[in-house]
Design a protein around this ligand. Sequence first.
Ligand code: FAD
Length: 495
Amino acid sequence: MEDFDVVVVGYGPTGGVLGHLLGLCGIRTLVLEREAAPYPLPRAIVFDDEIMRVFQWIGIADDLEPLTAAHPGMRFVDRNGELLLDWPRSLEVGPQGWRSNYRFYQPDLERLLRDKMAARPTVEVRTRADVFFLEDEEDCVHLRYEDTANGRIRRVRAKYVVGCDGARSLVRRFIESPMEDLGFHERWLVVDVVLKREMPELGDYSVQFCDPDRPMTYVRGPKRRRRWEMKVPPDVDGAVLTAPAEVWKRLSRWITPEDGEIERAAVYIFHSLVASEWRKGRLLIAGDAAHQTPPFMGQGMCTGLRDAANLGWKLARAVRTGDEALLESYQSERHPNAVEYIKTAVHLGSIINMAGSHDEVRAALANRSGSGKMESIRPSLGPGLGVGPHAGRLFGQPLLADGRRMDMTIGHEFVLVVDAALADAVPLPEGLAVVATHNAPDVQTHLDRFSTRAALLRPDRFILGTANTPPELAITLGRLPSSTRWVTREPRNIQ
Ligand SMILES: Cc1cc2nc3c(=O)[nH]c(=O)nc-3n(C[C@H](O)[C@H](O)[C@H](O)COP(=O)(O)OP(=O)(O)OC[C@H]3O[C@@H](n4cnc5c(N)ncnc54)[C@H](O)[C@@H]3O)c2cc1C
């Protein structure tokens, strides 16, 4: 029987990113995917700076960025097109080292994830591999899949199995996790169009049409791609709506068949669901397998990639050392964070459906979403590894003296970002990566965002703890695992 450290079930964005992160740590990983090729049509269309930083980490950001389009923000308008609220997004590079949002074409991402997997010698990918059986034997997991190219049944053994196998997850069923229902279930028609000519009059902003009779969303994709999403009333047969004549009728306010071609028109049911159990023994789930959100925040895939970034280094540690303590924090940190994003998306959905005055709609928007800026929406992790007021918040990415971003130089390991004078006052553990105010030009600005003199960051760049005095720093450093350099075999990423 073949043995692996980790089997990842599903090669969508979550499984792909997790495969890369495990590969970066030198973990023997098998990725099993039922389909022969990646899903050819776009679903996710936007992602944020936190996720671009994860892409930087796995070495695909520089190739992906030229394929993306800038995202100037979102506008909420009433049924007559009158502006209710403007949420501009800065097009400048922000604290994460990237712009706050990007529009993209999901098949581009899936292709890059696959192309770059060749740079991960410890990761093997098998497609046409339909997983149908799992058994947790306490010290390992037995897994069976069908090679659908020839009908043969294959057996493999792994220390851990992670289900990145989407909304209908098989691994979730083996975990026997029920789903918590956050109350949103609506059918929406999603239409992707490729324009035949430039049409600047359509605008670059995403637009939410807050119209209780016809809630709608318009999103500009990269190049000539444009998307419209329209709520399907309960009494309407969804199949009727996807007929081309029907689609063009609904788009006639903006474009005609002369202007573009329909790439896809499909009715989706948008759910708001979260699994109650993300781990049972050696089985774990991540991505859509663990949660589903309506797409109004553009956060479904992003939430799954946050799972992967949180889990990858913890799993690597568990495989290396046999110590599962870090895995205990996976669900406790990720579940509340995912729930917050989903609740905000559900709230936005209810506003788009809302029959209220302008002031009521504005008040409802301000209620949950503040200024709409990613930094203000971004919730922290739930309780887990860190301590103190900023534990579980995502830290920025300082520039180093050579002009490179921090994560380019410091790989999958803990790092102390610190005021040089404070660092001099405390003996630092040998081997700990340090970025201090004297060797990096904008460290002070990053520390000031948290009003702190030192931030100890985990390999995923979330704050483990902060400190303002030498005794506080000594206590914070005491929370480091015994060896700080245990995760990465390949200290630099491949970019
Ligand atoms: C209309 C729409 C718009 C969206 N917009 C956005 C957006 O703008 N931003 C955003 O962040 N997200 C968005 N999303 C959500 C995003 O597309 C999903 O959250 C994301 O694709 C989920 O990725 P995943 O890897 O977790 O699951 P999936 O992409 O579903 O991948 C799961 C994989 O597992 C495989 N699999 C399943 N079972 C097995 C098995 N038994 N054996 C082997 N393989 C198996 C499947 O074939 C599949 O390839 C949108 C979704 C929709 C529908």
